[in-house]
Design a protein around this ligand. Structure first.
Ligand code: UT7
Length: 325
């Protein structure tokens, strides 16, 4: 039986030139390199330059993904940009990306699921490709969280960073088995009862300002491992796969302790876990495609490998997806 799958043709990523170390942060708020490393695993993060926007970073990542795929911008007919930090309230930053890439056909839109944004965007693009209306999608996560941080709040400003990552998905006929390449399954969840645990205290409809990120870190932490491993288990069950078959576990990069907790609960050994949190910090929707591109570039993730991605963030939103690279 032949079915349509969304196959990854290439990936790319971008980090702003400026790095901000824990030692520099210790000169700005009452914190220390030791506390940040011990509690999060983060050592440094990248910060966008003045005048460098979410759409600019998304374009760099998209160009990398297109080059890796051997495709031109005109080959793309769908752009889904996951971001919680758009250039403007509207239009979608995805249309800015579309215009900067010189694409004049197809559709482009933003998707807002905060740190789970890339998993939601990948699953959404996958559904649209499998429905047959689009042929090739750029799925991008791009964030400038530095612009919504309260730089006087040590409980949040040490955690987040800026960056972007992208993949090109292409609708291809496959056999319909789990040996296929492409997105094999995904599970998305949200529970708005937790919407005040991680949020931004502004917005166009409330304060008329962009606002600042607020987080009850301990509360987020308490739910993270259970929610994410629950979504992963659902994806494994739905695809008839076991955790032992996973070649690479590419989690959202929020906190090394959460990453280790998820891997341990699933029984995935640390050699199979891709971690970039030490160098990137938490880049929200960009963290997974940044980690994917890091592991593809250094030769760990190869075509045919089984890759599990997962994320959890504001909302709460959470989810997982299984991809045969
Ligand atoms: O990507 C979206 C999802 N977000 C997450 O997954 C984040 C999840 N949460 C976390 O990663 C952790 O909760 C944090 C890293 C944010 C915090 O770690 P924690 O182990 O939960 O620390 P805590 O909030 O319980 O704070 C412990 C202590 C407190 O002091 P007292 O009350 O024990 O005296 C804090 O005031 O650490 C203090 N503290 C700090 N000390 C130095 C909080 N932030 C800092 C800081 N430097 N930056």
């Amino acid at each position: 039986m032949s079915i349509t799958r969304s196959v990854v043709r290439g990936c790319g990523s971008y980090l702003p030139a400026r790095t901000l170390t824990n030692h520099e942060l210790a000169g700005m708020v009452d914190t220390s390199d030791e506390w940040i490393v011990q509690r999060t695993g983060i050592r440094e993060r990248h910060i966008a330059a003045a005048g460098e926007y979410t759409s600019d970073m998304a374009v760099h990542a998209a160009q990398g993904a297109l080059a890796a795929a051997g495709l031109a911008p005109q080959d793309i007919d769908l752009i889904v940009l996951a971001t919680a930090t758009p250039d403007n309230t509207f239009p979608a930053s995805a249309v800015a990306v579309q215009a900067k890439l010189g694409i004049t056909s197809g559709a482009a839109f933003d998707l807002q699921a905060v740190c789970s944004g890339f998993v939601f965007a990948l699953s959404t693009a996958d559904s649209m490709l499998r429905a047959g209306d689009f042929k090739r999608a750029l799925v991008i996560g791009s964030e400038t969280f530095s612009r919504i941080l309260d730089w006087k709040d040590r409980t949040t400003c040490v955690i987040f960073g800026d960056g972007a990552g992208a993949v090109v998905l292409e609708a291809q006929p496959q056999s319909g088995t789990k040996a296929d390449r492409g997105v094999l399954g995904a599970k998305l969840r949200s529970d708005g009862r937790y919407k005040d645990k991680l949020y931004v205290d502004g917005g166009p409809s409330t304060t008329g300002t962009a606002g600042y990120l607020r987080m009850e870190g301990k509360e987020v932490f308490r739910h993270a491992v259970g929610m994410m491993t629950g979504a992963i288990t659902d994806v494994l069950d739905a695809t008839g796969t076991t955790a032992a078959e996973i070649d690479w576990f590419v989690p959202h990069q929020a906190n090394q302790r959460i990453i280790d907790g998820c891997a341990h609960k699933l029984g995935v050994p640390s050699e199979k876990v891709i971690s970039t949190v030490a160098r990137h910090g938490n880049t929200s929707a960009a963290s997974i495609p940044l980690a994917l591109d890091t592991a593809v570039a250094d030769g760990r993730i190869k075509p045919g490998d089984l890759v599990m991605i997962e994320a959890m963030g504001g909302g709460f939103t959470w989810g997982a997806a299984l991809i045969r690279w």
